[in-house]
Design a protein around this ligand. Structure first.
Ligand code: NAD
Length: 333
């Protein structure tokens, strides 16, 4: 094959179901590019064991600027800090963009097509905890005007691109008057620069209820780190679960694409995971690279395969294994 362009992309396999879903994604992207592009990806593959990050990985990310990442387990209540949060903070990947779109039948008749812009570098994920005594712990929730402005601007620019008429800002400024107050005030200030886009303000607890009751009312949501994390898992639940929810971590000059879900230790290594969330993260990556034809081809192939109840993975009530599902998508391509 005479390839014209070769681009290096970093692939962090992850652990748990990470290697299974990221391996599937790699095969499908390679197949789609072979059919629809002059571009070939030279993958630089990394494993992360016991939370150990290598200089080689940092160099690869800093050179390539684009990566796909499988999920990585974080010990709960002890041990090393989240690698996921570390990478977002180290490279100032300030926007976590999480699109949620209904592609298989759900319990909702209405359409569900929303995207959450989650602030990705601060809030309660700053990871600053103080032990006052063994019976008294304090965690800092960090809010800065600059990070709030960046995520708000990313959301409003997206609204302009889609010609969307409204953005919902989700907060808890009634209780966290200073922290969430600053976030809300900053989003309002950014909104003034976008007069064609209406800003709807909603408190986070009400938002959770509204999402379950009437998800079609939401288009673009902008919110802080923790609320965005929780609401995006909730939103994934509306459309069939975490197996279907992709995401992009976007910074000034680097982007890391990964599924919303974690390492799913309960089904790891059994060829049971649904790779769709990781594959759709790969689609977001192809769009980021301007490879629209390949991105569209994968989206169409996935939609067609998921259209039949018997060609879905187990989480969606089907019988296909991860590798059978991958083969079905490639065949459809
Ligand atoms: P999880 O997302 O791993 O799993 C939640 C449930 O959803 C499980 O029942 C799992 O089997 C199911 N599930 C998730 N992805 C699936 C898929 N692709 N196909 C089929 N079923 C799927 O959440 P958890 O159990 O709370 O977290 C496990 C670990 O993952 C933790 O260590 C957590 O810190 C980590 N985590 C990592 C990331 C990341 O790498 N970005 C994100 C979230 C959680």
């Amino acid at each position: 094959q005479n390839w014209r362009f070769i681009v290096k992309i970093t692939l962090i396999k992850g652990d748990g179901i990470g290697p299974e879903v990221s391996g599937s994604t790699r095969s499908i992207i390679d197949a789609a590019l072979e059919l629809h592009s002059d571009l070939k990806i030279d993958w630089e593959v990394f494993n992360i064991v016991d939370g150990q990050l290598s200089e080689a990985l940092f160099k690869s990310l800093e050179t390539n600027k684009v990566a796909i990442k499988g999920p990585i387990t974080t010990p709960i209540g002890f041990g090393f800090k989240s690698i996921n949060v570390f990478l977002r903070q180290k490279y100032n990947l300030y926007a976590n963009v999480r699109p949620i779109k209904k592609i298989i039948p759900t319990r909702y008749d209405e359409s569900i097509d929303l995207v959450i812009f989650r602030e990705n570098t601060e809030g309660l994920y700053a990871g600053i905890e103080h032990v006052i005594s063994e019976d008294h712990i304090v965690a800092e929730k960090v809010t800065t005007r600059s990070a709030s402005m960046k995520i708000a601007t990313a959301a409003f620019e997206h609204a302009l691109k889609l010609n969307a008429s409204k953005i919902t800002v989700v907060h808890k400024a009634n209780i966290l008057k200073q922290c969430d107050g600053l976030f809300l005030e900053t989003v309002r200030a950014v909104a003034k620069k976008y007069p064609t886009v209406e800003l709807v303000e909603m408190i986070v607890d009400n938002t959770a209820m509204q999402m379950v009751m009437k998800p079609s009312q939401f288009g673009i949501i902008v919110t802080t780190n923790l609320y965005g994390d929780i609401l995006s898992d909730l939103a994934a639940g509306l459309i069939g679960g975490l197996g279907l929810a992709p995401s992009a971590n976007i910074g000034e000059d680097m982007a890391i694409f990964e599924p919303v879900h974690g390492s799913a230790p309960d089904i790891a290594g059994q060829n049971l995971a649904n790779p769709t969330a990781c594959i759709l993260s790969g689609v977001l990556m192809l769009e980021h690279l301007g490879e629209m034809k390949a991105a569209q081809a994968i989206t169409q192939a996935i939609t067609a395969v998921l259209d039949h109840a018997d060609t879905r993975t187990k989480d969606l009530g089907g019988t296909l294994t991860t590798s059978e599902f991958t083969d079905a998508v490639i065949k459809r391509l």
